[in-house]
Design a protein around this ligand. Sequence first.
Ligand SMILES: [Zn+2]
Ligand SMILES: [Zn+2]
Length: 342
Amino acid sequence: MKAAVLRGVHDLRLEALADPRPAADEVLVRVRAAGLCGTDVHMWAGTNQEGTFPFVPGHEWSGEVVEVGAGIRSVAVGDRVVAEVPIPCHICANCKDGMEPNMCPDFELYGFSWDCPGGMAEYTLAREERLFKIPDNVSFEEAALVEPVSVAYHGVWGSGGGAAPHDRVVVFGAGPIGLFAMLSCKASGAPVIVVEPHSYRRSMARELGADVVIDPADGDLVGEVMHHTGGRGATLVLECSGSNGAVAATLDVVGKQGRVVLIGQSAGRRIPVEIGKAIFQRTRITGSSGSPYFFPKTLTFMSRRLVDLMAVVTHRFALDDVLDAFELGHTAVDCGKILVLP
Ligand SMILES: [Zn+2]
Ligand SMILES: [Zn+2]
């Protein structure tokens, strides 16, 4: 089969690999669409060391089951499927304690190592656990969005406690995760203010239905948010950019007894924030990583078709042109979601 193989930093090759065969607890999937994640691009560029070279990247895929291992019970050949990314070990102290899959220190991730390949290939293997059927009214391209949509949807509903028509939401960052977070809130009728420094992404947020779009470089970010929230600040702040300025500003724009959810990647940096504000405002601050147990909920959300999630997709590439996809993704700002279609 044809596959994209990340052999090292700035070394992505299209290779002919042996067709994979499923073990007893695996299915063989013909990949129909694979989303390019910022993490994939960062591993290629050398700015993220999570992957172990060489490997087939791509943890955001959808496809069709073409062969099942001897022990498979819940899916059959012909089923359309997606797979939640972390596969926990089940035997460490955290797993035995009932913690979420991404709390396992020994989890495996699709698309980060040779033994657990990703979806930027004609075929991939997936374990039966954490494998889900795609609803009939959700296309393969839409289903390839389930991972990033679920990260946003979990940030809103899992970590954030939900968004209602009476909420006042601020989303920092209008990359794919920020846009999906905005759309998740809009689907429940909550008004959303989006803060984004890049003009291309600001116009995407506006087109997709953000109520207010703010360029933080314009000056008075806090004043603008207060102006649009009746002087009270946000009830829910979703930080999806990971930028120092945005993380610091979360505590300035959140209202009393509000919630701050940190989704954007900022680990490894110390960011000065006025944390004491959280005491008197009684702010609830929570981190949100991945989307533990949220694929079924997110697939149901997608099948309800309340918002146009596909509008976040701006570019599609054939597998033969996968390097072009990575190079475009590396510019990071003049595109929305990029799909690779094997
Ligand atoms: Zn991702
Ligand atoms: Zn474990």
